[in-house]
Write a protein that binds this ligand. Structure first.
Ligand SMILES: Nc1ncnc2c1ncn2[C@@H]1O[C@H](COP(=O)(O)OP(=O)(O)O)[C@@H](O)[C@H]1O
Ligand SMILES: [Mg+2]
Length: 256
């Protein structure tokens, strides 16, 4: 076993508790440990608590109770400013909706997080070029988001998530708005990130195809971790194993 990079303990998130009625327990006592360099998918049917868990693990939202440690630091104890700084310098995010700024070019979108970190201009330029070449978007650096495909937009978002050399990338349904060809390209980008940059990647998804690219899949049901499987053979074999597990899990849903 390698070094632990992320650890959550007895994590709970209850929504709407203050209002009294209709409280929802979205995350219900999750313990999870993620090793450095891991490529992990968290899977479960719609409403099972995947997005909430990702938001708690990455400090986007605060847990009702429980602890989150990243690189040995308890982020669930940090105040707002500290947390914002930590997220910006140590974590990278990719979302289903790409979340690019429409008025900025591909290159400018990539540079924004480095500007916030006050990096030297030369370093920003080099980093943007390096990542754009790695992900095959170097030819569209001066285009605007509305003039490129969804797959290209997501590759821009992936590049942007990496500019400050984060130790973990969190992706929430990164293939949710993509066709199968672009989904393949994006999952191959994550594969590259793990292999070539040794970055830890955590993907939250209900997409079996996307999950099959990962090395490990953790299944979540009703806010609780149900089980996990580790990839041993090729991707197709893993995909079948994931489907079998989901059937047992009782996901059996319209999702699949
Ligand atoms: N901001 C919120 N306020 C109230 N309930 C929420 C909120 N976000 C999510 N939920 C509820 O928490 C549960 C888990 O949601 P979510 O984490 O989005 O699941 P998933 O990503 O697996 O679809 C669902 O029942 C959902 O309706
Ligand atoms: Mg979700």
């Amino acid at each position: 076993m390698g070094e632990t990079i992320l650890e959550v303990s007895k994590l709970v998130k209850i929504y709407g508790e203050a209002k009294g009625e209709g409280a929802t327990t979205a995350v219900d006592g999750v313990d999870l440990s993620i090793t450095k360099g891991e490529f992990i998918a968290i899977m479960g049917p719609s409403g099972s608590g995947k997005t909430t868990l990702l938001q708690l693990m990455s400090g986007i939202d605060a847990p009702t109770s429980g602890e989150v440690y990243i690189n040995g630091r308890e982020i669930s104890e940090m105040n707002g400013d500290e947390l914002a700084l930590f997220r910006r310098s140590q974590l990278g995010f990719v979302f289903q909706e790409f979340n690019l700024l429409d008025s900025l070019t591909v290159k400018e979108n990539m540079i924004v997080p480095m500007v916030l970190e006050k990096k030297p201009i030369k370093e920003m330029e080099e980093k943007a070029r390096e990542l754009s070449e790695l992900f095959g978007i170097d030819a569209i650096m001066d285009k605007y988001p509305f003039n490129i495909s969804g797959g290209q937009q997501q590759r821009t978002a992936v590049s942007r998530s990496l500019v400050n050399d984060p130790s973990i990338i969190f992706a929430d349904e990164p293939t949710g708005n993509l066709d199968s060809k672009s989904s393949t390209v994006i999952m191959e980008c994550f594969e590259k990130i793990v292999k070539e940059l040794s970055t830890t990647v955590v993907v939250v998804t209900h997409d079996v195809f996307a999950a099959s690219y990962c090395r490990k899949v953790v299944f979540i049901k009703d806010g609780k971790i149900d089980s996990y499987i580790i990839r041993k053979g090729d991707r197709k074999e893993f995909l079948n194993q994931i489907m079998d597990n989901l059937a047992v899990l009782g996901g059996r849903s319209r999702d699949i």
